[in-house]
Design a protein around this ligand. Structure first.
Ligand SMILES: *Cc1c(COP(=O)(O)O)cnc(C)c1O
Length: 392
């Protein structure tokens, strides 16, 4: 089919709830995607961070090929080895808790919110979340997402959510009460524009949760599984959360979500309390295991840290050259370029020249290359961005 024929299918049969670029992608390999017209695109925002170790990573492809010959799906009435193994790998790399598996980031957050309600006292039903956050599109997670633009048309939302400014300890203190079941926060806000939580803020969340018998839930759907140079972003801080949620990079391109909770908390999630039909299926779990093994065998945590620093250095040089760049922020390969004006046109121009990046919150360019990225690929991306900024 031609690009136009595919687009026409969408126009007739696919609900138009996304703004799409007029390109049909037919292939992905490492840091590149290819469109139906034969163009090769350097992808510095692979699958919105889902393809965090690159498109079609050979170890993931091999694992799901082998698994697909044995068992694609088995319901949670039974046990299957990949789910148990993946849970152990995640537990060993975080705080030694237990995992619940689902299929997306929103579902992982739903599970965490429900578990917090179950575990804490009955009168606790409130959740504190931060302005600029993004937690998903289901009713509970969109209620948790403290950005009015995501709420339009859906009021009234789920009750009990309290929104506070990010990184503001005073505001957090005054929002707290003994009715709060949990604080849900991203260690680095992704959609919100790569806003990094301060060490003091993370410690304050921990302290206030402890003082009030509330759960500290970290949404690591975007930050998790190595992108920041550590398995989880909270490991850059001196705190341990009660629960973390993850998805995106975890599946290596397959649909998976997970919520990990400390064992004594996880205890209350008994049969009948929560479930997911597809959750923890052998195919997705085999992919998750392969992702973790690839990160370890290929030293990708170190690469994310090193190449993250390298990218930031290069971007600082661009900043010295282009007045439109206000500053650069982020950890590892989760990098935001704060512009002084809108970034959408810059993103479009980069794509025309074969580079895919993203713009969030109108004025923040997001650079989140696969953890397998090389210096040469970063150099090429910077060159293209440089030329686009020069023309702007
Ligand atoms: C993408 C994202 C989600 C939602 O994940 P879905 O898989 O789209 O449901 C939740 N939280 C954060 C931080 C995200 O980046």
């Amino acid at each position: 089919m031609t690009t136009q024929e595919t687009i026409e299918l969408y126009n007739k049969f696919v609900i138009a709830n996304y703004t799409r670029l007029p390109k049909v992608i037919v292939k992905g390999e490492g840091c590149y995607i290819y469109d139906a017209d034969g163009n090769k695109i350097l992808d510095m925002f692979p699958g919105w961070a889902v393809s965090g170790i690159g498109h079609c990573h050979p170890k993931v492809v091999k694992a799901i090929t082998e698994q697909s010959k044995k068992l694609l799906h088995i319901d949670n009435t039974f046990y299957s080895e990949p789910q148990g193994l993946l849970a152990k790998l995640l537990s060993d790399r975080s705080f030694g808790g237990k995992c619940f598996f689902c299929n997306s980031g929103a579902e992982a957050n739903e599970a965490a919110l429900k578990l917090a309600r179950l575990y804490t006292a009955k009168e606790k039903y409130k959740f504190i979340t931060c302005e600029g956050s993004f937690h998903g599109r289901t009713f509970a997670t969109v209620s948790a997402t403290a950005q009015p633009k995501y709420h339009e048309g859906f009021l009234p939302l789920l009750p009990g959510f309290i929104y506070v400014p990010f990184n503001d300890i005073k505001a957090l203190e005054s929002a707290f009460s003994d009715e709060v079941a949990a604080v849900l926060v991203e260690p680095i806000q992704g959609e919100g524009g790569i806003n990094v939580a301060s060490a003091e803020y993370m410690s304050a969340i921990r302290r206030l949760c402890d003082e009030n018998g509330a759960m500290m839930i970290l949404d690591e759907v975007q930050t998790g599984i190595g992108r920041t140079g550590k398995w989880f972003a909270y490991q850059h801080y001196e705190v341990e959360p009660d629960m973390i949620t993850m998805a995106k990079t975890l599946g290596g391109g397959t649909a998976i979500g997970a919520m990990a909770a400390k064992a004594e908390i996880a205890e209350v999630l008994k049969p009948g309390k929560h479930a997911s039909t597809f959750g923890g299926n052998p195919l997705a779990c085999a992919a998750g295991i392969a992702v973790i093994e690839a990160i370890e065998q290929e030293g990708l945590l170190k690469n994310a840290e090193d190449l993250g620093n390298y990218t930031k250095e290069k971007l600082e040089q661009l900043k010295a050259k282009h007045n439109i760049i206000d500053h650069v922020r982020g950890i590892g390969l989760m990098i935001g370029i704060q512009l002084k004006g809108p970034g959408a046109k810059i993103v479009d121009k980069c794509l025309e020249k074969g580079l895919r990046i993203n713009c969030t919150h109108d004025t923040v360019l997001r650079f989140m290359p696969p953890m397998t990225v090389t210096k040469e690929q970063i150099d090429t991306a910077i060159e293209i961005l440089d030329s686009v900024l020069s023309e702007a």
